[in-house]
Design a protein around this ligand. Structure first.
Ligand SMILES: Nc1nc2c(ncn2[C@@H]2O[C@@H]3COP(=O)(O)O[C@H]4[C@@H](O)[C@H](n5cnc6c(=O)[nH]c(N)nc65)O[C@@H]4COP(=O)(O)O[C@H]3[C@H]2O)c(=O)[nH]1
Length: 637
């Protein structure tokens, strides 16, 4: 199967909105953190500044008070109040001084200076609360007291009050400037971050768009599909609605791609996308999952019958032919539907079930839509078991066998060869039909080892068939085998190693195999034919082969499918087809084999129509190699 459930993924990836919100938050948090850091630095610097300015102011004030106390001592000794007042007045040049007072040795006011009115100034030394050489530094005011001395005697006390306002003013200006610079820096940094963020977001949006868009059709791709389906299922769980998933796979897209080239294939996919979009509702989501696979997610607001009709509409969209590179191209689709929560409770199971239903549609003949059914999973389980068993079987090679069904010349009923048919009986799985085994082997990549085992075994057995007439062994080849670039070389090696002449090997290919390997196949077939190997078209009439194309291939034989033989000679339709096929084959120089001949009446009719070789239960059933050897020995005796 092309799609494995694990590819879908279960967890809903973060939506672009969540992603954007998260990255915006990160940006804001980063800016805030930087702002806080700058503010802290500014505050710390201001604190340091405060303490150093305050300490130097204290020191200056002490010196100032000592100088004034020294100079004023003479005026105090001689009780010259006016000189003392004048000297105190000189302090007005010191802007921080509020007032200065001199008390005599009894602590009584002697001289005073106040910058403005200072009604609270202490009128006695006692009221200052300071004595001798003391100082008091508060938040608002600095008070200094200094003794006034002359000739070793204390004559009074100088008391100065200073305001701290200037200090705060200076600090305030510095803090404000630093803050302003910090804010400007932050604003510039923020503007730059936001600008680059916007550029990054644009780039992210573009990347998101690219990562979620299919380049060929412009539809959502597998990422977009996974996100949408996860979101839709989450919504459905919350709100209790149903969701349907339709898996669509084009049936013969590979042929178009191989025939007309990849550009035409892309053009066709674009047309398909347009047509699909024209039938789905605007609320439904259609995505291209890759290759020729599309998926449709719809919120189910319709009943099952309406859903079937809807699916039919999708399939019928493909009925009209497409025109690509001037050619009419017919492409059909196989679709599978699974619904949530009826068929699956989670995303992986829903995807897997829709895929399973789509593969069932293919198995049922393509060009249809199939609703998932729980029993289909049993089929999937069986296929997985077959895959495992086949893998083991090919390593040990014990359970596989070939049976040979003889084929007879129509004119004299003599045996002319045999068709090798795969038989496989497994201890647990029982008898597995060759069609089932080959189909599983093709899907899981085991067709090459299986095909070469069949080819080698058939050639080895046929090399033992000795008799009057050389018998040719026919081997069936599946589509994937013909696509193997090593095919020609491997077949030649096998013939050489097993000792079978090339003309005694016939390779049977169905029309579908031929049509699926048109270009690469044609070259290989010509080489095989040049080497002497016979080529036959199997099950003729059941495929869609173009006769013009078949004519160019080096075919020797055409085998009429047994579905046309079964109703002979009674049914007119079958009679007409068989007559036409025989005439056509002979006109192209091909021999005709009729397979599935079950009655003598059918055999007689086919001989009358000119068939060259007959094969069927009426003559012999497929049989094990030793039995065939015995039959062949008795026939040639
Ligand atoms: N009803 C009826 N059936 C008859 C009669 N005579 C023969 N048959 C059956 O018709 C099938 C003929 O093989 P086919 O058309 O190549 O169809 C084959 C062939 O396409 C495929 N197959 C078988 N062996 C191999 C193999 O080794 N490799 C590949 N690639 N495919 C194989 O599986 C198909 C089915 O094979 P079988 O089941 O063996 O079925 C065989 C054979 O048993 C008859 O008179 N009446």
């Amino acid at each position: 199967m092309k799609t494995r459930p694990s590819e879908a993924g279960t967890a809903a990836p973060a939506s672009p909105a969540t992603h954007r919100l998260l990255s915006s938050r990160l940006v804001v948090t980063g800016i805030l953190a930087a702002g806080m850091a700058l503010l802290t630095v500014v505050l710390a610097l201001t604190g340091v500044d405060y303490w150093s300015t305050r300490a130097s102011m204290l020191q200056d004030s002490r010196v100032e008070a000592a100088i004034v106390a020294d100079n004023i001592s003479a005026a105090v000794v001689f009780r010259d109040t006016s000189t003392a007042n004048e000297m105190l007045g000189a302090l007005r040049s010191s802007s921080m001084v509020i007032s200065a007072t001199v008390y005599d040795k009894d602590g009584v006011l002697f001289a005073h200076y106040a910058r403005d009115r200072d009604p609270d100034f202490p009128t006695t030394l006692r009221a200052t609360g300071l004595d001798g050489a003391a100082e008091r530094a508060g938040w608002h005011m600095l008070e200094i007291a200094r003794p006034i001395e002359a000739s070793g005697t204390t004559w009074g006390t100088l008391y100065i009050r200073k305001s701290m306002a200037a200090l705060y003013m200076r600090l305030g200006i510095r803090f404000g400037t630093a803050l302003l610079i910090a804010i400007c820096v932050m604003a510039m940094a923020t503007a730059m971050v936001l600008r680059s963020r916007a550029a990054v977001r644009d780039a992210e949006n573009r990347l998101h768009e690219l990562a979620h868009t299919d380049a060929v059709t412009g539809m959502g791709n597998r990422h977009a599909f996974n996100e949408k389906l996860a979101a839709e299922l989450q919504g459905a769980r919350g709100a209790g609605y149903r969701v349907a998933l339709v898996y669509i796979d084009l049936d013969n897209f590979k042929t178009v791609n191989d025939t007309f080239g990849h550009a035409a294939g892309d053009g066709l996919l674009r047309q398909v996308a347009k047509r699909l979009q024209s039938v789905v509702r605007s609320t439904d989501t259609i995505s291209r999952l890759g290759g020729d696979e599309f998926a449709l997610i719809l919120r189910l607001d319709m009943d099952d019958a309406a859903l079937e009709k809807y699916a039919q509409r999708i399939v019928s969209v493909f009925q009209a032919a497409y025109t690509e590179v001037g050619q009419q191209v017919n492409v059909t689709c196989s679709a599978g539907i699974a619904t949530f929560p009826d068929d699956a409770m989670d995303m992986d199971a829903l995807v897997s079930n829709a895929d399973t239903a789509m593969y069932r549609a293919k198995e049922m003949g393509k060009n249809r839509c199939v609703r998932f059914d729980a029993s289909m999973n049993l089929a999937v389980v069986r296929r997985q078991a077959i895959e495992q068993a086949l893998r083991a079987e090919l390593e040990q090679g014990t359970g596989l066998a070939l049976h040979y069904q003889p084929v007879f010349a129509a004119n004299d009923q003599s045996m002319v060869g045999a068709e090798a048919l795969l038989r496989w009986t497994h201890a647990e799985l029982g008898s597995v039909s060759p069609l089932e085994a080959v189909s599983v082997a093709e899907d899981c990549g085991l067709i090459a080892p299986l095909g070469y085992w069949v080819m080698r075994t058939a050639c080895r057995d046929a090399a033992q068939w000795k008799g009057g007439k050389s018998l040719r062994v026919a081997v069936n080849i599946s589509a994937r085998q013909l696509g193997d670039p090593q095919f020609l070389e491997r077949v030649m090696d096998i013939l050489r190693e097993e000792g079978l002449p090339a003309h005694l090997l016939e390779i049977e290919l169905t029309e579908t195999v031929l049509m699926e390997n048109m270009e690469a196949g044609a070259h290989t077939l010509h080489r095989l034919s040049q080497l002497g190997i016979h080529l036959a078209i199997d099950d003729f009439g059941t495929g869609y082969s173009s006769l013009a194309y078949l004519r160019q291939l080096p075919m020797r034989r055409l085998k009429i499918d047994r579905s046309f033989v079964k109703d002979l000679p009674g049914q007119e339709h079958s009679r007409a087809i068989v007559t036409a096929i025989v005439a056509l084959a002979h006109s192209l120089g091909l021999q005709v084999t009729a397979e599935g001949v079950e009655t003598q009446e059918q055999a007689d009719y086919l001989v009358r129509q000119g068939c060259d070789v007959l094969q069927g239960y009426v003559f012999a059933r497929p049989m094990p190699a030793p039995q065939f050897l015995a039959l062949q020995a008795s026939a040639s005796a």
